[in-house]
Design a protein around this ligand. Structure first.
Ligand code: ADP
Length: 340
């Protein structure tokens, strides 16, 4: 099938000028986001994530370069063009940004009321559909203060979807939520992406968020994208030091500590990464039997990257025909890293 890009950055950069000083927030950046993709941007505070996100719907004006969204040149739009364009790009926020004095239904209706294209009854019907979609059909008449954090973000999502946008921007949308609520909001975003074929760009400082919903990830550091690719590739085989740190935070292990722990363990130490079908194949036992090696499992994890299962095992291997065992792992499409 033919790939269509919904968002394109061509040499886009952004410098803020504060009190006569230039603050470079985004160095010259080019990127493309495919239609229907969930594209994640991860980085520490100050890396330039919000700046990049806000350039997409021109909440920030670029200092240079060209931004194309859904075949329209965002950089060249006048005020009228921009108003129309912003209906194509929904946005949700860390602190939800709901109007406290309006009911849930009125918050969701707001973008439709402002657009002025639908009748009152059409708006009511659309709001009812949206609230049902995000699981809040029974909460239409409540006020934001009566809702939990997760429910508030669901209202935010319904409001962002009201004008049937092509793109949804998520600005640290789960950072204020507890882990369980985070999981349910991310699941809702994944469903919306799948069912509406809506392109999503999200920013986060948590690798777990990327792992659960994103197809592609870009890692940002000091105003630059330092690593980019399919989530499984970047997550399982991180190259840049910043990416490695995010992955380790997600695994909650300190690699140097772990290596010290293994000092007394005899044999070679390898880390195996299984993906997809290989995750469930009984490889370890088979290969050990056939090559005569012994192994002990030092660390392990089985989890999912979006819909793909993966496993990562750190093994100490002793005896037998080690080279044959290593060759068998490699032949079975298991990624092998010799740690010692
Ligand atoms: P992140 O979202 O990754 O935390 P930001 O895009 O907010 O990063 O910030 C990138 C850099 O730009 C930081 O140095 C920040 O201080 C600066 N910056 C962001 N917004 C503004 C602004 N409105 N005015 C001046 N400097 C800003």
């Amino acid at each position: 099938h033919k790939v269509r890009y919904v968002i394109e950055f061509h040499n886009v950069h952004k410098t803020y000028r504060v009190a006569g000083k230039d603050i470079p927030a985004l160095h010259s950046t080019s990127l493309r986001v495919e239609s229907g993709q969930v594209f994640g941007l991860i980085g520490h505070s100050g890396a330039g994530k919000s700046t990049l996100l806000r350039l997409i719907n021109r909440l920030e004006t670029p200092s240079g370069g060209q931004i194309i969204v859904d075949n329209e040149d965002v950089t060249a739009m006048d005020a009228n063009g921009l108003r129309r364009f912003r209906q194509q790009v929904g946005m949700i926020f860390q602190h939800f940004n709901l109007l406290a004095s309006k009911t849930v239904a009125d918050n969701v209706a707001l973008p439709l009321t402002l657009a002025g294209e639908l009748s009152r009854s059409e708006i009511e019907q659309r709001v009812a559909e949206l609230l049902a979609r995000v699981g809040l059909a029974d909460h239409a008449k409540k006020y934001p203060a009566q809702l939990s954090g997760g429910q508030k973000q669901r209202v935010g999502i319904a409001r962002a979807l009201a004008t049937k946008p092509k793109v949804l921007l998520c600005d640290e949308a789960t950072s204020a939520l507890d882990p369980q609520t985070t999981a349910s909001v991310l699941q809702l975003l994944a469903e919306i992406n799948r069912e509406l074929k809506l392109t999503i760009v999200l920013i986060t400082h948590e690798m777990d968020v990327i792992r659960r919903v994103c197809d592609v990830v870009a890692v940002m550091d000091a105003g630059k994208i330092v690593e980019q690719g399919p989530v499984a590739d970047v997550f399982l085989h991180p190259k840049h030091p910043t990416t490695r740190r995010f992955v380790q935070e997600d695994e909650q292990v300190d690699e140097s500590e772990q290596r010290d722990d293994f000092a007394h363990v005899p044999g070679r130490i390898v880390r195996l990464t299984f993906q997809g079908e290989a995750t469930y194949a009984p490889l370890l036992g088979t290969i050990a039997r056939e090559t005569g090696v012994d192994y002990s499992i030092l660390a392990g994890r089985i989890d999912r990257i979006k819909d793909t299962p993966y496993g990562q095992l750190t093994l100490a291997i002793t005896g037998g025909d080690m080279d044959a065992a290593f060759a068998r792992f490699t032949a079975a499409d298991v990624h092998m890293e010799v740690l010692r």
